[in-house]
Design a protein around this ligand. Structure first.
Ligand SMILES: CC(C)(COP(=O)(O)OP(=O)(O)OC[C@H]1O[C@@H](n2cnc3c(N)ncnc32)[C@H](O)[C@@H]1OP(=O)(O)O)[C@@H](O)C(=O)NCCC(=O)NCCS
Length: 156
């Protein structure tokens, strides 16, 4: 059974070793970059996914609360933004992405948010269809060249 772990001294090396497939380069930032950025960005929630002692994935959310410095007028007013999601190349296709999405929705409910959003690189091998399985849909907005997706936070 997978579990969530906060980034810490004890598990940092395992988390920094996470890699997507070579063909997936450019779809998501590296684990190193995510760990560094989320340590300093406001209102974030970052968790590694572990299966036993093995790191299998990394997820980062942002609570887009009204006082967040990067919230824009066109952003939904009660949103959580999925900033990063990666599952290690060797661990993909085993349900860890789904586990991560369920954990993300649970955190969104903890924050009291009703809208979930993210963005994907416009490539055929992007995670668009994966996100559509969780109720996210393209809104037509393009942010920094990425397709903006949005959907409701499901009830528990
Ligand atoms: C997208 C990603 C997180 C999915 O993780 P995963 O652990 O392989 O996904 P799961 O095994 O939990 O799959 C859950 C379901 O989604 C489907 N799925 C997974 N990746 C998919 C994709 N890219 N496109 C369509 N369906 C996908 C699975 O077949 C599975 O379907 P099922 O429930 O009918 O069996 C992972 O492939 C990844 O890290 N990709 C590279 C980085 C990336 O694109 N991240 C998103 C940045 S926006």
């Amino acid at each position: 059974m997978p579990e969530l772990q906060e980034v810490a001294y004890e598990n940092l090396s395992a988390i920094l070793a996470l890699r997507v497939k070579d063909t997936q380069q450019g779809l998501v930032a590296s684990a190193e970059r995510t760990v560094a950025q989320t340590a300093y960005a406001p209102f974030t929630w970052t968790r590694a996914i572990f299966e036993g002692r093995k790191a299998v994935g990394l997820i980062a959310l942002v609570d887009m609360r009204p006082d967040h410095p990067e919230v824009e007028p066109e952003d939904p007013p009660d949103a959580v933004y999925l900033w990063r999601l990666m599952v290690d190349a060797a661990a993909q296709g085993k349900g860890y992405g789904r586990f991560a999405m369920q954990a993300a929705f649970a955190q969104a409910r903890t924050w009291g948010r009703g809208t979930f959003c993210t963005s994907v690189v416009p490539r055929d091998d992007s995670a668009l269809v994966f996100y559509e399985r969780f109720g996210l849909r393209p809104t037509g907005r393009i942010i920094d060249g990425e397709l903006f997706l949005q959907g409701p936070v499901p009830a528990d």
